[in-house]
Design a protein around this ligand. Structure first.
Ligand SMILES: [Zn+2]
Length: 500
């Protein structure tokens, strides 16, 4: 018979909450399974819901979204953007007003057709995006140049009825996002707005989330339905060899203002159609953070976005509980007073080892171990999540050191990801080289003639990698180069990659 203590240990392990047994898949070996395991075991999102693709943002995942909202919202407001909220339901007649837009979204729209026992006179769409409902209102609000620029953002949910396999945070039928919609008097102002929003998005990606991004202007066939042009920010999951679109900024030109009759009386007394932009980022950002920074032990969160930046863990031995708990509590409080998001895990029904594992899975950037032996030397052990490095820190220097190390982790995560991204971009001149590079999980830099037929062939020949676009903020010359597909004179330097 097993001794009772062994039996109890087995029971304890069996009943431990999900996320305690560690990640069983290696990131470099099977990225897809690894990713799902990180999301589930770190308790970011739960997909076991009754409607496929409508997932639960668990508290830990939602807390990251709150950090992102908080950071971005301040930047939006600084830029003169106001928040508002528009209805979820959009009548079919409104959704179809801008033909190109409607056509682009039709396959993904979910409809409400009945209320109670009654069939509705007109189908109502669950918003896939809110251009139509917002611009319907804008046309009633905007009368003269004095009403411009108008900048409104909403934090909301949207529905896109995906038929492909869903993936937590990266592809789902309902997700959370922000969508900003601006109206301007001139094209120049709308162009400037695109640049300003790209800079804000870049800050969210690179400075908050430590995600290096490539900023690309989408091709004509790949732009937002109804836009004049679309610019996207792509993060890169190196182990998957796939880019992740984390945000898009559209210059809508006058396509929607003409369809929705958004006109204003200009200073010169003429009535003119307005120029518009729209821009959005979503909870995909969370997926990108997990995909890019995570490792074989689970999530790795950049300190600036981590809901808990420091977890203080008292190492408790029988008879020495009180001084250890007291010191741990004091450290947590001191860190909090210094503006650091610190928590203490003093649950007594879990071992210290279990707790280390648990908070590593969740990606908490820094762990402070408070044990009797370190306390005798008047210090603690500090462990970094990004490198696994541990060091002894004197009690009097904890706040100072913590701040410093958190800064180092933030910088290290960005630099690590940036290096992988830069090393993954390979310039090629033939389709064979392109195919080969894609198979080796690279981003292909190539020359293209601009013909959509060649674009289609790129996807076909590489088995799914697409032309993601041309660099938007810098000019890259294709002079003297030939299209990698047809061999004719090239006009664009493009980036080709598989994507999530
Ligand atoms: Zn070509």
């Amino acid at each position: 018979m097993l001794p009772i203590t062994v039996f109890m240990e087995v029971v304890r392990i069996l009943y431990m909450p999900a996320g305690t047994l560690g990640i069983s898949t290696k990131k470099a070996e099977n990225f897809s399974d690894w990713y799902v395991e990180v999301v589930r075991k770190g308790e970011f999102m739960d997909q076991r819901t009754p409607v496929r693709g409508c997932d639960v943002f668990m508290p830990w995942g939602y807390a990251i979204w709150e950090q992102i909202m908080h950071y971005a919202d301040a930047l939006f407001k600084e830029h003169g953007v106001q928040n508002a909220y528009f209805p979820t339901l959009i009548p079919e007649s409104l959704l179809t007003k801008e033909a190109e837009h409607f056509e682009g979204f039709t396959p993904e729209v979910a409809w409400v057709t009945e209320a109670g026992d009654e069939k509705l006179a007109e189908r109502l769409a669950l918003r896939p995006t809110s251009e139509t409902i917002m611009y319907y209102m804008y046309s009633q609000w905007i009368r003269s140049y004095r009403d411009l620029p108008l900048r409104i953002n909403q934090w909301a949910n949207v529905f896109r009825w995906e038929t492909k396999a869903t993936r937590p945070f990266l592809r789902s039928r309902e997700f959370l996002w922000q969508e900003g919609h601006t109206v301007h008097a001139t094209l120049d102002e709308a162009n400037q707005e695109v640049l300003d929003m790209l800079e804000i998005y870049r800050k969210v990606a690179e400075e908050l989330l430590a995600l290096p991004v490539i900023i690309l202007r989408r091709t004509e066939s790949d732009k937002f339905a109804g836009a004049y042009y679309t610019v996207a920010l792509e993060a890169f999951a190196a182990e998957a060899g796939r880019v992740i679109q984390v945000g898009t900024v559209h210059n809508l030109g006058q396509n929607f203002s003409r369809a929705f009759d958004i006109k204003f009386l200009d200073k010169d007394g003429d009535e003119k159609y307005a120029w518009q932009t729209s821009w959005g980022f979503s909870t995909r950002f969370i997926g990108a953070v997990l995909a890019v920074h995570g490792d074989d032990r689970g999530a790795v969160l950049p300190p600036r976005v981590a809901p808990v930046q420091v977890i203080v863990i008292p190492i408790i031995f029988k008879g020495k509980e009180e001084p250890v708990l007291k010191a741990a509590r004091e450290i947590r409080d001191k860190l909090r007073r210094a503006g650091i998001r610190a928590e203490m895990d003093d649950r007594d029904d879990y071992t210290a080892g279990w707790k280390f594992n648990h908070w590593e899975l969740k990606g908490v950037p820094l762990r402070i171990e408070v044990g009797p032996r370190d306390l005798e030397k008047n210090g603690v052990t500090v462990a970094r999540r990004d490198t696994g490095g541990k060091k002894f820190v004197e009690m009097g220097k904890i706040v100072e050191h913590t701040k410093e190390i958190l800064g180092e982790i933030q910088a290290n995560l960005y630099e690590r990801a940036k290096k992988k991204l830069d090393e993954s971009i390979i310039t090629v001149r033939t389709m064979d080289e392109a195919k080969n590079a894609v198979e080796n999980k690279k981003i292909v830099r190539a020359f293209w003639c601009g013909d959509p037929e060649c674009e289609r062939k790129v996807k076909e020949i590489t088995g799914g990698a697409e032309i993601r676009g041309t660099k938007f903020l810098e000019v890259e010359s294709a002079d003297g180069e030939n299209c990698l597909v047809c061999g004719k004179e090239a006009t664009h330097v493009v980036y080709i990659a598989k994507s999530y």
